[in-house]
Structure formats: structure tokens, C-alpha cells
Ligand binder design. Structure first.
Ligand code: FEO
Length: 398
């Protein structure tokens, strides 16, 4: 368990979780890391911590640099458990009297999460002295919790950005120049789509403010709490964030569905083919084989989301209801929607999908398409018509 030197007197001392696959309902196919950083100065400062269960890994890395009991203070940029869960045990080991600095809301959240743990929680001001250098704090509410903040070491241009600019990617490499964008790019997008889509407006404003204040111009390294440290080219992830916060639609449609006896699947296949023939990049996403968070990532840059559901017990198919609930929470912007599905006798599901998509603010150029029992080739014209109306609507917005 070796620490990784980032700059003189700044080290990565976090943990690598190769095995995590479910991160509060979001699939993490490449695992994750819980990044924490140690800054050696007159006061030794630990910035962020690790999930409960990984405290030993963090302390063992720190021990290769300095006796962990010599840590003077801890900064918690974000109170979510994957970065704070280890704090009670870490503080118990290094000394419960050591201050844990957080934003005002962070102090409230940490206090509520760790009642009875005896943490010495202190709200940060604008700056904190480490001795020779100062740590500056930037409030970043809703990237992605109300308590979230960035810490910045201006003398070396190092930004500790907690969840911002992160990704769930477990690897032995720590830096952007050690892993190709072919590997990290999809994970960064997956992370943004599932964790940050809901907050694109506040993120856009924080980025604008950080540019206007001159902060971004001073940044030489970005150290997030998950995934790679941006050492070679921090501007690359900043550029992607500036693009992603716009939620600009591409000429792409996601056909997401589940099926009971393959009839809704047949409609989904025809819809995918028809959209492709009309020049739209169409993604076929069967919820039996695609996790809701993978589908959400496909949806992020798509202009259209077309949802198919069979009817069961007068209701939506449960996996489709699950996806709609998840997508509703993410509050995608600038989407065109469509609904379809087969049924046996009552057939409520396509209408229920259409109603949900309307409630989510999607543009619905066509009524829902439903078919009773199993459609033959000749019965699929309404699906081809749906594809045409969707392709036309996409052309108007891309
Ligand atoms: Fe990585 Fe919001 O916690």
C-alpha cells in the first residue's frame, strides 16, 4: 500500500475499490477509487477520506510518509459516505480532538451522519493556514451535494475537487497521462450522466464563476475524489464539463424497452431499424440486459428517448417503471420522447409511458403506438410512422 507522490509534499493516500459494481443503484463496471490527499506543511493536513472498510488502506499509505498520528487536521470537502465513512475510525486512530474542517452544511451533515462519534467538526472560513501555505475554499453547492466545496492550494495550483471531474475507474494508475482517453472517457461520461446531470445549471454557473475569478487560470492539477488526477491536461476535463453542462442533443435516439413475450421487442427492433434507415444513430437498449445507469449514459447526449413497455396487471412493466423513475430524477433537458408497447387485453402501459414523458417535459411529436398481441411485419407501419416523426423532430433540434 504505497502512497503516490503528486508534487513535493502532496501525496495521494486513498483506496482502490476494484470490486464495487453497485454504487447506490448505479452500475460501476470498472470499480472505483476513494481518493484522499495528504499535504505536508507545518501542519499536516488530510484532505478527504475513504469509505468505511478502507481506513486501513489509507492509514497504511500515510504511514509510509509520516506517522498518521502526526496529522494535525482534516478537511472534508464532501460529506457523502464514500469519502467520509472512514472518518470516525481514522479520527479515533489519529486523535479525536483533531479538527475536521468542512463547509457549514458539511458540518451539519457530518454531525448528523456520525452522531456520537465525537468528531471535532469545524466550519471553514475562506482560508486555512497550513503553515507555509494556505488552503483556499470555494463553495460548490450541488456538485453534487449542498455541502460540497473545493479546496485550492494557490501557490502550486492544485485543486481538490471532491466528486467534480471524477469518474468511477479502479486502476493501479493515478494520473490522466497514464490511461488513454479511450478508457477514461466513457467512465467520465458515465459518471457525469448519472451523478451530475441533475445539477448542470449550478455546475455551469460555478464553472463560469471560477473562470471569471481567475481560479481556473491558476489550476495546474485537479485532484478529484474518484478516478484519475488531471496532471497532464486538466483543460481536457474542463472542456468536457463545459460541453456536458449544455446538454446539447446529438442526432441520436435511444430505444429503451422491456418485453414479456417478445412483441414489444419486435416493435423496438423495427423502431431501431427504421430510425437507422432515416439517418439517426439509434441505440437498442433492452432493460433485461442493459442496466438503468448504462441506458441513462446512452440517453445523456441523445436527442430522443423512446420507451417501450408491455402492460402487466394494467400497469407499466416494472423494469420500465424503474427506468422512468430514474430518468425522471436525472431531469434530462432538451429531449424528444415517444412511447410504444404491445398488450393482450387492457393495454394501459404505452399511455402511462407517454404521460410520464410529458410530465418530464419531453417534446412528444407523436401519440403512443400500441399493438394488441403479436405484430406481424405488415402491422408495424405505425412504428415506422413513429420513427419518421421522431427523425423529423430530431432534425429540427440538432
Ligand atoms: Fe463520491 Fe458524492 O460522493
Amino acid at each position: 500500500m504505497e502512497p503516490v507522490k503528486i508534487l513535493d509534499n502532496i501525496y495521494w493516500v486513498g483506496a482502490v475499490d476494484y470490486d464495487i459494481r453497485d454504487f447506490h443503484g448505479y452500475l460501476t463496471p470498472k470499480g472505483s477509487t476513494y481518493n484522499a490527499y495528504l499535504v505536508i506543511d507545518d501542519k499536516i493536513t488530510l484532505i478527504d477520506a475513504v469509505k468505511h472498510g478502507f481506513e486501513g488502506e489509507l492509514l497504511s499509505r500515510i504511514a509510509k510518509i509520516v506517522d498518521p498520528k502526526k496529522i494535525d487536521q482534516v478537511v472534508s470537502n464532501h460529506a457523502e459516505m464514500d469519502h467520509s465513512g472512514g472518518l470516525p475510525n481514522i479520527l479515533k486512530y489519529i486523535g479525536l480532538q483533531k479538527p475536521v474542517y468542512a463547509s457549514k452544511v458539511g458540518v451539519q451533515n457530518l454531525g448528523a451522519q456520525f452522531q456520537g462519534a465525537g468528531l471535532n467538526l469545524q466550519p471553514v472560513g475562506e482560508k486555512l493556514s497550513l503553515g507555509q501555505q494556505e488552503l483556499h475554499f470555494v463553495e460548490t453547492r450541488m456538485i453534487h451535494w449542498p455541502d460540497s466545496m473545493f479546496s485550492f492550494l494557490p501557490n502550486v495550483g492544485v485543486l481538490f475537487s471532491q466528486d467534480g471531474f471524477g469518474m468511477h475507474l479502479a486502476s493501479p494508475q493515478r494520473f490522466d497521462d497514464e490511461v488513454s482517453e479511450d478508457i477514461w472517457g466513457p467512465q467520465a461520461l458515465n459518471y457525469f450522466a448519472n451523478i451530475l446531470t441533475l445539477y448542470t445549471d449550478p455546475i455551469g454557473k460555478i464553472l463560469e464563476k471560477a473562470v471569471a475569478s481567475g481560479l481556473i487560470a491558476q489550476v495546474k492539477l485537479i485532484c478529484p475524489d474518484h478516478g484519475l488526477i488531471w496532471r497532464k491536461d486538466p483543460s481536457r476535463i474542463l472542456t468536457l464539463y463545459k460541453q456536458w453542462v449544455q446538454q446539447k442533443p446529438k442526432n441520436k435516439a435511444v430505444v429503451v424497452f422491456d418485453t414479456m413475450w417478445h412483441s414489444t421487442e419486435l416493435m423496438a427492433r423495427e423502431l431501431t431499424d427504421a430510425l437507422t434507415n432515416l439517418g439517426v444513430e439509434a441505440k437498442f437498449q433492452n432493460l433485461k440486459t442493459s442496466h438503468r445507469s448504462q441506458v441513462a449514459t446512452e440517453c445523456f447526449e441523445a436527442a430522443a428517448i423512446l420507451v417501450g413497455s408491455p402492460t402487466i396487471n394494467n400497469q407499466l412493466y416494472p423494469s420500465v417503471a424503474d427506468f422512468l423513475c430514474y430518468a425522471k430524477g436525472l431531469k434530462f433537458k432538451n429531449k424528444i420522447g415517444g412511447a410504444f408497447g404491445s398488450y393482450g387485453w387492457s393495454g394501459e402501459a404505452p399511455k402511462l409511458v407517454q404521460t410520464e414523458l410529458a410530465a418530464m417535459g419531453y417534446d412528444l411529436p407523436s401519440p403512443e403506438v400500441r399493438y394488441r398481441w403479436a405484430p406481424l411485419e405488415k402491422d408495424l407501419n405505425p412504428i415506422r410512422d413513429l420513427a419518421k416523426s421522431i427523425a423529423e423532430a430530431i432534425k429540427k433540434v440538432v
